[in-house]
Design a protein around this ligand. Sequence first.
Ligand code: C5P
Length: 295
Amino acid sequence: MRAPAKLNLHLTVGAVRPDGFHELTTVFQAVGLYDEVTLRRADELTVKVTGVGADLVPLDATNLAARAVCLLAVQTGHDPRVAIAIHKGIPVAGGCAGGSADAAAALVGCDALWGCDWSRDRLAEAGAELGSDVPFALHGGTALGTGRGEQLTPVLEKGDYSWVLALSDEGLSTPAVYGELDRQRQTGPVGVVSDPAEVLAALRQGDAEALGRGLGNDLQPAALALKPSLRLLLEAARDLGALGAMVSGSGPTVAMLARDATAADTLASALSRAGLGVAVRRADGPVAGARVVGH
Ligand code: C5P
């Protein structure tokens, strides 16, 4: 299986709900940076992780792919003893929903392995309890997310978008970034991004320039407070001619939009040479959600 990373092209964070999650309005896009997950029946449930940042991923029952296997096993009456192998292409703790991608891949994989034949909607409904971004990792493409991010509406769109991602080597904890935003909001007004109308209109028209102008993320000031060096990446994006740039989700990955694939390749090379201490990746979107790809 392979499952894509997500970017939040727009993210409005609303009030804290009684369950502790924040009310969100977000526009997700799945981009071509993938985790590969393989499953096979085994004597016990095990998790092996390779790839960039693998040492930061838990191998015990808290691993989101392992939790996904157990969840589907309980709900379908199958045996959860499978060997899970994850190869990380999505940055760990990077604000690109890598853990949710692994859970989505595991759900799709178990569904195939056990012949459950669940619909994607049914898998998404089950997966939402594992993480707010799991339904989108199954869905892919571009979608509007509401609730805590798990309620999806497809978005009318055209065009392909060429992204450059700057990956920091030290991740940010999602709860810590939400906590910092809450703290900032208690002590004074924090600029909020407006509604997602501008981003949705740009996507409808396939207008990369308008999308670049419209990118916005309420979590960005909190991510910048916890990791001030991200400001240099946002400045570099502007200086190097990106159409727009923002911290993705809770960060610290910074996503930069380029006019087309050629401009993105040029931007990626220039960013690599700028010596900002980040790994640079190219990824285009939108791409499909978690899928079985061969056996
Ligand atoms: O659902 P997920 O595992 O992505 O959430 C991780 C953490 O991010 C939550 O425990 C919560 O602290 C924060 N979060 C939030 N509101 C959301 C989504 C996530 O406060 N809508």
